[in-house]
Design a binder for this molecule. Structure first.
Ligand code: ZN
Length: 110
C-alpha cells in the first residue's frame, strides 16, 4: 500500500524489506515488490476500529487509513500514545507466544 503522511508529507509504502537473506532457490522477487521495499516508509501498526494503522518512519506520527478522502488521517497525540502502547504490548506478547511455540516444537523433535 502506498501512503502519504498527513503530518510531514512523506510518501512511501508499508512493504518492509526482508531482514534476512532469502533462502537459496527461492524465486526472484518481482521488480514491483523490490520498488515497494525501496520506498518503505511506513511501519504496519495493526488496526484501529477495523481500519489499518501505520506509523510514519520519518516523523513518527500515527496514521489511520480510511476509505474516503482524506485517506490518511493523523491520529491525535492522545489517541496515538494510547494505541501505540496497546499495539506494542500486543506485539510483544504475540512474539513471546510464537517463540514458546517454536521451543515446544523443537522439544518434540528431540
Ligand atoms: Zn510523517
Amino acid at each position: 500500500m502506498k501512503l502519504k503522511c498527513p503530518a510531514c508529507g512523506a510518501t512511501g509504502t508499508d512493504v518492509a524489506p526482508y531482514e534476512h537473506e532469502r533462502p537459496e532457490g527461492a524465486p526472484p522477487l518481482p521488480e514491483s515488490t523490490k520498488r515497494d521495499m525501496d520506498a518503505y516508509a511506513f511501519e504496519v501498526y495493526g488496526n484501529l476500529g477495523g481500519r489499518p494503522v501505520r506509523k510514519c518512519l520519518n516523523c513518527g506520527a500515527g496514521i489511520r487509513v480510511t476509505f474516503l478522502p482524506p485517506r490518511f488521517r493523523k491520529l491525535s497525540d492522545e489517541e496515538w500514545a494510547e494505541f501505540k502502547v496497546r499495539f506494542e504490548t500486543w506485539r510483544e506478547q504475540d512474539r513471546a507466544r510464537v517463540e514458546a511455540q517454536v521451543r515446544n516444537l523443537n522439544q518434540e523433535d528431540q
